[in-house]
Design a protein around this ligand. Sequence first.
Ligand code: GPK
Length: 826
Amino acid sequence: TAAPEDAGDVAVAAPKPTPRRNDSASLAKEIAEKLTYAIGKDPATARRHDWLEAVTLAVRDRIVDHWLASNSRNVQSGAKRVCYLSMEFLIGRLLRDAIINLGLSEAVRDALSAYDVDIDLLETLEPDAALGNGGLGRLAACFAESMASVGIQGFGYGIRYVHGFFRQEIVGGEQVELPENWLAHGNPWEFERRERSFEIGFGGKVTTIEEAGKPPRQVWRPAERILAVAYDTPVVGWKGTRVNTLRLWSAQALDPILLDAFNSGDHIGALLEANRAQSITQVLYPADSHLAGQELRLRQEFFFSSASLQDIIRHHLKRNGGDLSTLPDKVSIQLNDTHPAVSVAEMMRLLVDVHGLGWDESWDITKRVFSYTNHTLLPEALETWPVNLFERLLPRQMQIIYAINAQIIREATQKGLDGAKVSAISLIDEGSGRRVRMGSLAFVGSHAINGVSALHTELMKKTVFNQFHELYPERIQNKTNGVTPRRWLLECNPGLTDLVTEAIGPGFKDDITKISGIDKLADDAGFREKFMAVKLANKQRLAKTIEERLAITVDPTAMFDVQVKRIHEYKRQFLNLVETVALYDQIRSHPEIAWQPRVKIFAGKAAPSYANAKQIIHLANDVARVINADPSVQNLLKVVFLPNYNVSLAELIMPAADLSEQISTAGLEASGTGNMKFALNGALTIGTLDGANVEMLEHIGEDNIFIFGLTAAEVAARRAEGQSGREIIDASPILKGALDSISHGVFGEPGRYNNLVDNLYGNDWWMIAADFEAYWQTQRRLDALWQDSDAWGTKAVRNTARMAWFSSDRSIREYAKDIWDAPTSV
Ligand code: GPK
């Protein structure tokens, strides 16, 4: 099949099939046909997975109808395309997303009921596409869906990892990583585009070609060449009005086997090259907010950057009469973090070396095309590459980076910057061995750089990009993150969706800002009761899963207090666990107090090499084991660690939470997006003034969110003073008691958690001791509020009513207007 944007190479006008119909009878007929003719099974003997595939294929046909229509509209309109380059797309399951966005829910349900097959059950059999680590990858997935929903010609570009994010099991309380195998049974959502492939080079040499009367040219002759093959997945927007494309690259060897070697008996050697090529897209690095400094990682980054740029340029040349000067009018390329930052150098190489444009013109095009999103200020996450590795793998790109650097330093010196300031903006870090600074490369090669929340953007200006901001004060912008209300409300919370529809009509589904219509119902006892009844039903659903997976019985009427996200010291799951232990102690020593029943729910994965994060998981499981077995607190406190947190589990958890824990050390969480999903589904937030919590406070109102702890400025000041936690701990019997029971072996053998606890007595880098008292007091205020179920319910309703601004549709419209200059509704 020809890629949709190309004219075919067969001159017959083939008749177009009639588009699929959406009534349940047509669907029922087609599902049976798919089962028979596409899968080769008799409906009488088909298994559940066969039915899933049959339904998927029938739904997919309808997507294809919209997809082809969108693609031909793209060609006709010639509107600006937005290419979102991201190393990660944490998509999750797609069937329910497609069914809801196409408005097929009832038709599919009816069609399947004829065969006595339950769609809800089938949906849970679909594997998660876990091509991402956490927030950054999930944001890319929300943005892809929002681009389709608001009508942007959006293209996602990424990597088709054979193995996505690892599967987590808990064995003896500890995390064990197992390979993830989402493609094991095939992937009905993807379309392999064999003909859409590009060569990607590595290594080799750069030669200068001198021809009489022409300026010298540089030609890169890579030692190694690999094929990038496109796999396209349709991205269905709301109501199917637009279906965009997610193009993921897979690495293949140019020669699948070296026959000479094979024939001479070297059977393994014959396949070595192919294996080496394919290894590039075999597995996702499980590093979140942390530099994965291996060579394979740089290969992955360059591989997908180069393939995407070659594809973008090829497409542009074809559509625009071979004129690359108009590229910035027709295309915007968003770099999702620094992972694709090498694109800046590769774009220059393609323009100058391959397409023969002048340096200055190419640099102008590059800057106008690219923009870059920063997702963290953590120094351990900022990507740099050793110059010698870079040079060996990408010799021409390294030369280009030097040339860009010289130009930037010249500009800076002309503007009067002095020595120290100049070395701060240099693309080469001379400090610890010479290294290429990818954030700086992304910055200088972009016309817009954005942070992901108001606070994060301000801190970016003051910290990582301080010197660049001084030099280019107009470049940094804020674009606060958002989440798609389709997946994170309509799909994951049908009960609430129906209730809101019943109360204010279905208009909020098209335009989420209309959900504010329920704000006035927050004081309406009847509505509030229904709202809390939906919450209870969602909690019962989660309680059932907890029972099934962990054999822990939790009371659905207890407060579900939830912290689910990657395990990271700055996110402070440890603070939550210390509070849990303190609460456990206090419940036992003060039975006279009216403690409110709570279920503390944790989930999240630790990077395999992150020892402290793994300790925190171990502690959570140890604490859960001990507390859940103690009859003296039975109904007042339960602790649950749900293994293998992923998008699907999040869809179950978010609607079932009463309390959302967003308690990062202030200044360190760039935005957070889980915080938004919880609040949209009516959970109250306990959180610090960090990331998007700050803006949530503004939208939800201070009466409806529970903010505590040090501010970002206070954290910075305390860190600068190097204050230890010892004095604070010694002055707080509750905190001291909890830390003592953790280190003295109440939860697992004595000494197991010494490292975690000693860190608090030491410099308390994450401000756990410093923030404990405020956190504890705020939790007790929440206990009091929980007793007043009307008051709690009112606040819960207000949360849902006031979260619309945090829709990724809003984020995407802002990007389109302020950064991409791209039309919406095309
Ligand atoms: C930031 F730097 C990184 C990273 O490597 N991975 C990742 O998920 C997150 N992030 C931030 O930690 C969140 O605060 C933010 O909401 C999310 O990116 C999306 O911007």
